[in-house]
Design a protein around this ligand. Sequence first.
Ligand code: FEO
Length: 389
Amino acid sequence: MTISDAVVYAGVDDTSIDLFEGQYPVSQGVSYNSYVILDEKTAVMDTVDANYADKWLENIAHILDGREPDYLIVQHVEPDHSGSICKFIQRYPHAVLVGNQKTFPLIRQFFDLKFREEQMLVVKEGSFLPLGKHALQFLMAPLVHWPEVMITYEQSEQLLFSADAFGTFGALSTDPDWLPEARRYYINIVGKYGAQVLALLKKTVGLSIRMICPLHGPVLKENLSFYIDKYQTWGSYEPEEEGVTIAYASLHGNTRKAAKQFSDILRKKGEKNISLFDLNRDDMSAAVADAFRYDSLVLASVTYDASLFPAMEDFLYHLKIKNFQNRTVGYIQNGSWAPNAARFMKAHVSEMKNIIEVEPVVTIKSAATPANLDEMAKLADTVREKRTK
Ligand code: FEO
């Protein structure tokens, strides 16, 4: 990946990983990005996952071509980026690690590392680090995505090293489609911290930015306002566009059939954007991401053990911890003798901010009847009338 003569990509692709952060499927892998800045002084921006330390060190040595790195900038200590710090220090004991006051305690917690005073440079908001023609300015970005995160602006080439922000799943070799995978990445990993994301965007408003260099996924070089606008929308918990996500949890297939019938009804009424997720089988992180993408959500669940079917319970838990809000929500419940899933779904939704709940709640007893289809048609109308966007 080309950036400039003086700024060279040094990261690695991980195509053997199955679950990112131990939970998110990444069938196209992920990249751990790292960059080397060559000037009178040399700086390495972040490391990579420990499994790729040797390959990364080879990349660094090749780029440095016999020079020693002067600085290792640690923007984020999560192990996908800091996992190779120990091997880096062993190889380059004279390099100085650059972090903020929250960086070094976290490094010590993760690794059995003792630093000499001269190996650490503690920076704070707005600190500059001159390298020659290049100079790095550090901006603190707490909770985007961990407390110690900072981003780095390089003035001479107008580069924003954005840490996890603007990253996406997908190894670079797979040429990932940025929007769906960046959305899934953002909502599931950073989604809880919208206020902190907006605060970070505010800090960057006055900066001239030519390229964004994140810690995952491609360097963003064109049409940067598109990406920044997406972050503004996601950080504000606003829907991206009109559309309905239908998430269903089915036991014997009748709730699935009802969810599909509801989807058909919506489409016949002119709804263009509809996502349908089987919460027992589909990727939960994709369902969560699409719930945030669209302005409306319809939950369809069977009743189970006088409560909610576990997959729906899990889905609503995910939405709550990611601060799901500002959406229209409707319900379809199923139960053969005591249907009450809607009561439990509503209890979860009542803990979310600014939700418009729409009627009717469709109640199916075992299998949808023609009367249920009429109710679904009414529900489709109210969803479309009362949508938030
Ligand atoms: Fe890519 Fe928060 O680590």
